[in-house]
Ligand binder design. Structure first.
Ligand SMILES: Nc1nc2c(ncn2[C@@H]2O[C@H](COP(=O)(O)OP(=O)(O)OP(=O)(O)O)[C@@H](O)[C@H]2O)c(=O)[nH]1
Length: 664
C-alpha cells in the first residue's frame, strides 16, 4: 500500500486516507520506531568523535551492518546544509571553525544565492562505543524546482532526517518531502532545528507533526544546527534507528548510477550506490542502459571531496570513472555490472517531467559549438533538463530546453555563464500545452490527433483545433490564517479553485488549490511570499491536462511579429497580459534611432499598444573638443554594449529581455 503513495502526493484525497495510513504507520516497526540495535552496540552513550588523521578502519572493511545511508530533507532554508556542516565537523570530515559554512554547497551559484541546487554526498567515519560506522550522508536541495534531486538521492538511502525549522514550523515542502520518504518506506527521523531562536516554539511544531503525520513527540529530536546543540543525538539516532543497506557482498557486482558530473580530464564522474559485490580499478563493467563496456579507471568515496579508494563494496555510496564521455552514456538511474555477468536491472528513475520550456541560443552563431558543448557537459550534472534542437529566424540555431521551473532555468543559465564561461540568450519560458486537431490532412501533418506544444511558435491554427488543453497542478499552501483572505484572492486571480482546507494548529491552515501551471510558473511564489510577509509556503504536484480556452498572444515590434516573445495565454487574460508586456518592453528596450510601435495581438486583433519614442544617445556629448582617442574610446564602449544586444525585427533587444517581459 505504501509503495503506491507517489512522491509529493499531498492531494486532498490523501488526507481523507490519512487516518488509515497513519494507523498503518504506527504498526510499521521501521518507521519512526527505529531499527533494532545490533547486539554489538551497547546502550552506553559514550561517543568518541574521530578526527580525520585518526587511524581508521579501511572503509571497505566496515561491515554492511555498520553502514547507514541517509539524506537530510527539509523545506527551503530550514537548515539542511548547516546541519550537514555540523555532522561533517563532528565526524572529522572537516575542521571545526574552518570559517566555511554550508560546505556541501559547492557550486558558485549555490553560494551566491544561498540555496542548494545539487544533492551532495559525503561519506563520514563515525565511532560509537568503539564500533566504526560509515555514514553516507546526502544533502539535498529544498526548493521545489530541484525535487528530482531529492527523489534520486532517496534511492540510495534507507532513511532520512526530516528537518523542520522550530520557528517557521511545517511548510509545504516539509509535507511533500515527508510523503516522498514515506512513499519509499524510508525510516524518518524527525528533527526540529533552530531551537536557539527566540521565537522557536518546538511544542507547537511537534504538535503540527503529530496532527499532519502522526509523529510521536518522543521520536522528535530538537537541535540547533548553528550552535551544534543536540546534533550528537542526531548521529546516534542515525545509527540506532536506520537499518543497514539491504545489500549482498557475495553476489556479482551491481550498482545504481544516481548522479554524475563532468571532469575535464576524466570525462563523466559517476556517483553510484553499490548494491551487490564490489568493483575495483581495472574491472570491466557494462552500463545496462547503453550496453557499452568500460574499464574502471578510478574509484573513491566523497568525503565530501573525492578520496580515492582501492575498490567500492556493496553498501557504499561512492564515485567511479571509466571514460564515459557524454551525457547519454551516463544515464541517471542506470545499472552497472561486471562484464559477462548477468544481473537484473535495478529500478530506473521515472524521467523528470519538465514544466517550463525555453529556447536557448548563442549570442552569435560563432559561439554555437562552444555553447553546445557547455550544455552537454552541464546536463551531465543536471539531468532533469531536457534538450532538443530548435531554430529561430532572429536568433539562429539553438536548443529548446525543458526545466522543472523558472528558478531551475535561471540557475542553469547562471551555471552556463559561471562554470563554462558562455553567454546565452534565453527566450520567454512557456509550459507545455496540448491541442486536439481534426481533419485527416491535419492529423497526418502533425503526426497524430493530439499534439503537444512546447513552443508557442508551433501553436496550431485554432481553425483546425477541436480543443486546447492546459496543464494543471495541485498546489499545497500552508499559511497562518491571518493571510487566508489575500491568498485566496491571489489564487482566484490566477484561475485557481480551492479543493480543501484543514487547520494544522490553532493558527495555521493547509490548503489544496487546483491551479493552471501557466499561472504559477513565473512569479506566483514571489507574490505569495510578499502578501503573507514571507510566512506562507507553496508546493505543487502535476494534476494532468484539462480543456482550456487558449490563444496565442503575438508581440509585434513595428508591425513585425517577434516569435521569440510570443506566448500562449488564457483568452480571458490576453489583453491584460498584452498590456503588461507592452509596458514592460517599453521600459526595457533602449530607445533607438527610430520610433518603435510595440503591440500585442491575438490573431489579427491588436489588444494593446505602446510607443517608444526615437532617441539617439550621444555618448560624446560631454566631451568638449579634446583628444580624439577619448572620443573613440567612448564610441567603442557604446559599440561593445550594442554587441551584447540581439537584433530582433531590426530592433536591438537586451539579452535579458525575453525573461524580463514575463516577470510581472
Ligand atoms: N539561528 C539558527 N539559524 C540557523 C540554524 N540552522 C541554520 N540556520 C540558518 O538558516 C539559514 C538557512 O540555512 P541552510 O543550512 O542554508 O538551509 P538549507 O535548508 O540548506 O537551505 P536550502 O538548501 O536552500 O534549502 C542560514 O542562514 C543558516 O545560518 C540554527 O540552528 N539556528
Amino acid at each position: 500500500m505504501f509503495k503506491n503513495i507517489r512522491a509529493r502526493t499531498v492531494a486532498p484525497q490523501m488526507f481523507a486516507l490519512s487516518k488509515d495510513i497513519f494507523a498503518a504507520i504506527k504498526c510499521s516497526s521501521r518507521l519512526l520506531q527505529g531499527f533494532p540495535r545490533s547486539n554489538t552496540i551497547c546502550s552506553s552513550t559514550t561517543v568518541k568523535n574521530n578526527k580525520a588523521d585518526e587511524k581508521k578502519q579501511k572503509c571497505e572493511d566496515i561491515p554492511v551492518e555498520n553502514i547507514r545511508n541517509f539524506s537530510i530533507i527539509a523545506h527551503v532554508d530550514h537548515g539542511k546544509s548547516t546541519l550537514a556542516d555540523r555532522l561533517l565537523e563532528m565526524t572529522g570530515a572537516i575542521m571545526k571553525n574552518s570559517g566555511r559554512s554550508q560546505v556541501l554547497d559547492r557550486l558558485q551559484v549555490e553560494r551566491e544565492r544561498g540555496i542548494t541546487v545539487k544533492a551532495q554526498t559525503a561519506s563520514l567515519n563515525y565511532t560509537l562505543n568503539n564500533h566504526n560506522y560509515l555514514l553516507n550522508l546526502i544533502d539535498t536541495p529544498g526548493h521545489v524546482d530541484f525535487s528530482t534531486e531529492v527523489s534520486r538521492s532517496l534511492a540510495a538511502c534507507q532513511g532520512v532526517i526530516l528537518l523542520v525549522d522550530a520557528n517557521q514550523g511545517v511548510q509545504a515542502q516539509t509535507v511533500a518531502n515527508f510523503y516522498m520518504a514515506f512513499g519509499k518506506e524510508l525510516v524518518i527521523i524527525p528533527v526540529l532545528n533552530k531551537i536557539d531562536l527566540k521565537n522557536a516554539d518546538p511544542e507547537k511544531v511537534s504538535g503540527q507533526l503529530r496532527t499532519l503525520f502522526d509523529i510521536s513527540e518522543n521520536d522528535i529530536l530538537k537541535v540547533s544546527a548553528k550552535l551544534g546543540t543536540g546534533v550528537e543525538d542526531v548521529l546516534k539516532a542515525v545509527v540506532d534507528r536506520l537499518p543497514p543497506p539491504p545489500v549482498n557482498r557475495e553476489t556479482p557486482f551491481r550498482a545504481l548510477l544516481f548522479d554524475s558530473w563532468y571532469d575535464r580530464y576524466q570525462g563523466a564522474v559517476v556517483v553510484v550506490y553499490v548494491t551487490d559485490g564490489s568493483v575495483k580499478i581495472g574491472d570491466e563493467i557494462v552500463a545496462m542502459h547503453s550496453g557499452k563496456n568500460y574499464e574502471i579507471k578510478s574509484t573513491g568515496l566523497l568525503r565530501p571531496h573525492e578520496e580515492p579508494t582501492n575498490k567500492l563494496v556493496a553498501g557504499q555510496v561512492g564515485y567511479l570513472t571509466c571514460n564515459m564521455r557524454s551525457t547519454k552514456e551516463a544515464h541517471i538511474g542506470d545499472t552497472l555490472h561486471h562484464r559477462n555477468q548477468s544481473v537484473t536491472m535495478l529500478p530506473d528513475f521515472k524521467p523528470a517531467n519538465p514544466m517550463v520550456f525555453a529556447g536557448v541560443y548563442p549570442m552569435d552563431q560563432s559561439q554555437h559549438v562552444v555553447l553546445r558543448s557547455a550544455i552537454e557537459k552541464l546536463v551531465l550534472n543536471d539531468s532533469a533538463v531536457t534538450v532538443a534542437t530548435d531554430s529561430s529566424p532572429a536568433l539562429g540555431q539553438g536548443w529548446r530546453l525543458g526545466f522543472l521551473g523558472l528558478l531551475h532555468m535561471e540557475v542553469f543559465n547562471q551555471r552556463l555563464e559561471q562554470e563554462y564561461d558562455t553567454q546565452a540568450v534565453i527566450t520567454a519560458p512557456s509550459v507545455t500545452y496540448k491541442a486536439r486537431i481534426f481533419g485527416e490532412k491535419n492529423v497526418k501533418r502533425y503526426g497524430g490527433s493530439e499534439i503537444t506544444i512546447t513552443n508557442p511558435a508551433h501553436f496550431p491554427d485554432p481553425c483546425i483545433v477541436t480543443e486546447f488543453l492546459e496543464p494543471m497542478v495541485m498546489g499545497t499552501i500552508i499559511t497562518p490564517d491571518t493571510y487566508l483572505g489575500p491568498i485566496l484572492s491571489l489564487c482566484m486571480e490566477r484561475r485557481g479553485t480551492q479543493q480543501s482546507s484543514t487547520n494544522i494548529d490553532n493558527h495555521h491552515v493547509i490548503m489544496h488549490i487546483l491551479l493552471p501551471l501557466n499561472e504559477i510558473v513565473v512569479d506566483f511564489h514571489d507574490h505569495l511570499k510578499s502578501i503573507s510577509s514571507g510566512y506562507a509556503s507553496f508546493d505543487y504536484e502535476e494534476y494532468g491536462f484539462v480543456p482550456s480556452r487558449l490563444v496565442k498572444l503575438n508581440i509585434l515590434l513595428n508591425g513585425i511579429a517577434v516569435e521569440e516573445l510570443s506566448m500562449v495565454v488564457h483568452a480571458s487574460k490576453a489583453s491584460g497580459v498584452g498590456r503588461r508586456v507592452c509596458l514592460k518592453l517599453k521600459e526595457i528596450i533602449p530607445r533607438q534611432m527610430i520610433e518603435i510601435a510595440i503591440q500585442a495581438a491575438v490573431g489579427g486583433k491588436i489588444v494593446a499598444r505602446e510607443t517608444l519614442k526615437a532617441y539617439r544617445k550621444d555618448v560624446t556629448a560631454k566631451l568638449y573638443g579634446g583628444d580624439v582617442t577619448r572620443r573613440m574610446k567612448l564610441l567603442n564602449r557604446q559599440a561593445e554594449g550594442k554587441k551584447s544586444m540581439k537584433l530582433v525585427a531590426n530592433i536591438r533587444l537586451p539579452r535579458e529581455t525575453f525573461i524580463d517581459v514575463l516577470k510581472r
